[in-house]
Design a protein around this ligand. Structure first.
Ligand SMILES: Cc1ncc(COP(=O)(O)O)c(C=O)c1O
Length: 367
């Protein structure tokens, strides 16, 4: 079956346990939901509670430890699973956005409650990776289920150049990722991968008398939250068949190079400031208000205006974000079609928006 081949290839490409189970979901959001449903059942079973039978009323309370820089889809999955956002404890990160092992260690030993730890492989602002090789053994010693949000960042593992970023990640219990981001398959296509196949299957499976059961064939209803869904394994199979391991590595390295060039060259333009030099495919730039005495708020407003002007130009699309309390232009490159020429056009569009002397200015800035 194509889906089994595609799932096997993804585990091989990302070097995750080959015996792990997997599901092709709509995206990383539902991959979190699937993995964390398995985590919820597993940590409660260890505490003597069967959540699939007994639900959460009367169950021991679960806590979820996760980075202060986590993606909002983690909070949302926790909410969907009935754990409530109050069960989330944010763990401090360092200047590079990486979870502090010391802070985690304190939190892990604060109570004996069933605990799930959610780590990040590539946050959306700076592509920060938590220090998996330090953190996962601490969590395992404390009997914690470790889940990883690797929506785009997990694919960096396909490149020897970036492999160090995810050292130790294979020790986790579950991983959520997206094929519709860096692998560039059409929307929608995420993946949930779970080490404990039984926990995954028990959290998702259902049978009904009208569904043909062939005990030898993979049935997605055993692994997915959806009852019906389209064959998401096929575009993944096609993309991997076309690219091969080298092709994926080239895609990761090429788009990361484009991001580095965009951020460094835009960051050198007059009035621009590079906030984060990309180490992978995400970086940040801010545009400063040059008037004497300009405040942080003025720099924020100017950043918003410049990004809006670039987007109105139609040459490139950037979003804004807040990082360490400052508004910034977020530079993120994942598309396989992005070329050197596109990068140059995008840089020229920013120059025009800034109204630089060699900008060939077409855009009147709305100051
Ligand atoms: C780090 C991270 N996690 C999770 C998600 C959610 O992914 P999806 O939209 O595929 O559900 C995103 C989406 O941008 C993301 O960047």
């Amino acid at each position: 079956m194509i889906e089994e081949v595609a799932g096997g290839w993804i585990k091989e490409l990302l070097d995750l346990p080959r015996e792990a189970s997997f599901a092709f979901t709509t995206g990383c959001q539902l991959a979190h939901f699937t993995c964390l449903a398995s985590a919820r059942a597993s940590v409660l079973e260890k505490a003597g509670w069967n959540v699939n039978e007994g639900g959460l009323c009367g169950a021991p309370k679960i806590r979820v430890l996760t980075s202060e820089h986590r993606h909002g889809s983690v909070d949302r999955a926790v909410r969907f699973l009935g754990l409530g956002n109050k069960s989330i404890e944010s763990i401090a990160a360092d200047r590079n956005g990486r979870m502090e092992p010391g802070a985690l260690q304190v939190a892990l030993h604060k109570t004996q409650q069933p605990t799930i730890l959610v780590l990040s492989a590539g946050d959306l602002n700076i592509a920060a990776f938590d220090p998996f090789d330090e953190i996962i053994p601490l969590a395992k010693q404390a009997g914690t289920w470790v889940h990883v949000d690797g929506a785009f960042g997990l694919f960096s593992r396909a490149s020897a150049k970036f492999r160090h970023l995810t050292a130790g990640i294979e020790q986790a219990d579950s991983w959520a990722t997206d094929a519709h981001k860096w692998l560039n398959v059409p929307f929608d296509c995420g993946m949930a991968i779970v080490r404990d196949r039984a926990a995954h299957r028990e959290a998702m499976t259902i049978s009904a008398s009208y569904i043909a059961a062939d005990s030898n064939a993979r049935d997605q209803i055993d692994w997915n939250p959806e009852w019906s869904r389209r064959a998401r394994g096929i575009p993944v199979y096609a993309a991997l068949r076309e690219l091969g391991r080298e092709g994926v590595a080239d895609l990761i390295e090429r788009t990361s190079r484009h991001c580095l060039r965009l951020v460094t060259e835009i960051g050198r333009l007059p009035g621009a400031q590079m906030l984060w030099e990309p180490r992978l495919n995400q970086g940040l730039v801010r545009f400063l208000d040059q008037r004497p005495g300009a405040s942080d708020g003025d720099h924020d407003s100017r950043t918003e205006r410049i990004v809006a002007a670039v987007n109105a130009d139609g040459e490139a699309f950037f979003s804004t974000t807040t990082w360490r309390g400052e508004r910034a232009m977020r530079v993120s490159v994942v598309n396989w079609r992005t070329s050197e020429r596109d990068v140059e056009r995008a840089i020229r569009a920013v120059k025009r928006a800034l109204g630089g002397p060699d900008s060939g200015s077409e855009i009147a800035e709305a100051d």
